[in-house]
Ligand binder design. Structure first.
Ligand code: GLN
Length: 493
């Protein structure tokens, strides 16, 4: 049962062949067998979920479907720790809008998943709580920062999940864990009740086993929210409506700047094959240029850290979470609370972000990064005059080994090289499975030694679309997915 995707589970629920309570119990058994190996969850409240299941209306769009939630999204009464010590004992006093909307659609948000602390990272190793393991190879990372949701879905420990994507944190873990992940356009999905990392970049989106399942979750969570002034007041289409259409007349752009050195040769080969496949389905392939691509990572890490330094100022030991004991005075209270509560990566970002915003450096760094951001936006606008969507790898490499990049933050930042420009531009993106790398060539350094340890590591194909054209990229992704078997592969655990 837990191996089913949402679209397969629904008819069974609707025909009353299985009850939401039975589904939950079977999922629970699966998670209990899985968690010692994967460690995807930070907290699960099966009792609360069981109560919801008893009264679930299976005729609603997601009626009776349990959904895993990244621990940065507030679910009333449940812990919301952002995998940080500073929020270790924090419980959400209310539902985020996306949770409220999931409930309206009948879904059951039952557990909170592991992540990089405050969503800062690309491997989930910055969690202050524990490491999450990639279900395809337990010695490797699941990607991040939404690694818990990605690993849970990949291992059939969740029918679907929610993550957040500030610079790639839905798409990259989806790619590394072999599932589908959607980063909606900025403003498409409410951020109300989602702990803010970088407010001009953050978006909530689904992680699922199939493209259709992502469309189903998007139907539930997208839309205007008066509680989020950046949410767009635009009608929400039925994202499943365009699924099944062919690709005739669709123009897909290949950004030449994305074919960089450093892409794993097996990843490159898989993307080349995927492009041919898309072509055979009727899409026309066009070469395009995104000339400012080289500056995206630098601009992203200035803007994201600047916003993070402001957003994290609220964690002062007065209102939320951890508070240092016996402070000498107020300054000592703030200093030690934050010293004890935040991990190394979060501190690095606060320091960097404060620096780029400080007088004297603001013009040189922050303002300049905002100008670059505008150029990157224009790059995409020009490309989208010629094409309907862009195609690229999601990540230049498959899942790397746990510990391999933790000593080198810059190396870790490069994990987002193909994803974070989309956040700067506010456009939408999806990652979906498009093949496997034979392990041995999977990591970086120990890769070409020829010894395969028998693992297959998933590869992700990224499609980027214009703002508010989620329907289009879901359509293209679905056509590709249905013409391959990649999404049917399951890790052996
Ligand atoms: N890896 C990027 C970072 O560390 C992206 C994180 C995210 O999307 N939340 O900032």
């Amino acid at each position: 049962m837990p191996a089913l995707n949402i679209a397969e589970l629904q008819p069974l629920l609707r025909r009353r062949e299985v009850s939401p309570r039975e589904v939950l119990d079977l999922l629970r058994a699966r998670i209990e067998e899985l968690e010692p190996k994967i460690d995807a969850y930070l907290s699960i409240d099966f009792e609360a979920a069981a109560k919801e299941a008893e009264k679930a209306d299976v005729d609603l769009p997601l009626g009776g479907v349990p959904i895993a939630i990244k621990d940065i999204i507030n679910v009333a009464g449940q812990p919301c720790t952002c995998a940080s010590k500073i929020l270790r004992n924090y419980r959400a006093p209310y539902d985020a809008t996306v949770i409220r909307k999931l409930r309206v659609a009948g879904a059951i948000p039952f557990g909170k998943t592991n992540m990089d602390e405050f969503a800062m990272g690309s491997s989930t190793e910055n969690s202050s709580v524990k490491l999450t393991h990639n279900p395809w190879d337990l010695s490797r990372v699941p990607g991040g920062s939404s690694g818990g949701s990605a690993a849970a879905v990949a291992a059939d420990g969740a029918f679907g999940g929610l993550g957040t994507d500030t610079g790639g944190s839905i798409r990259q873990p989806a790619a590394l864990s072999g599932v589908v992940g959607v980063k909606p356009s900025y403003g498409r999905v409410s951020r109300f009740g989602v702990v803010a990392f970088a407010s001009s970049l953050d978006q909530v989106g689904p992680l699922t086993k199939t493209v259709r399942d992502s469309a189903l979750i998007m139907n539930a969570i997208a839309g205007h929210d008066p509680y989020d002034s950046t949410s767009l007041n635009e009608p929400v289409p039925d994202y499943t409506a365009a699924l099944g259409r062919d690709l005739k007349g669709i123009r897909l752009g290949l950004p030449k700047e994305y074919m960089i050195e450093g892409i794993d040769p097996q990843v490159k080969a898989a993307i080349d094959d995927a492009v041919k496949q898309l072509q055979s389905l009727g899409a026309e392939i066009v070469d395009v240029s995104l000339p400012h691509t080289d500056f995206a990572i630098a601009a992203y890490y200035i803007i994201a850290t600047a916003e993070a330094s402001a957003n994290l100022a609220r964690f002062d030991g007065v209102r939320y979470g951890h508070r240092a004991e016996n402070p000498k005075d107020l300054l000592d209270h703030y200093g030690r609370t934050r010293e004890e509560g935040f991990g190394a990566e979060v501190k690095r970002r606060i320091i960097l972000g404060t620096y780029v915003l400080s007088s004297g450096y603001y013009d040189a760094y922050y303002l300049r990064a905002q100008k670059v951001r505008q150029l990157i936006r224009q790059d995409f606008a020009q490309a989208f005059e010629k094409v309907d969507a862009l195609v690229s790898p999601t990540s230049p490499v498959p899942a790397f080994k746990l510990g391999e990049r933790t000593a080198d933050p810059l190396q870790m930042y490069l994990a987002d090289i193909f994803t974070n420009a989309a956040n700067l531009a506010g456009i939408c993106g999806i990652s979906l499975p498009c093949g496997f790398v034979k392990s041995g060539s999977g990591g970086d350094t120990d890769s070409s030694r020829g010894e395969s340890d028998g693992h297959r590591l998933p590869i992700g194909l990224q499609l980027l679309g214009k703002a508010l054209e989620e329907g289009r990229i879901l359509q293209i992704a679905h056509a590709y997915e249905q013409s391959t078997d990649w999404h049917k592969a399951r890790p052996k655990l």
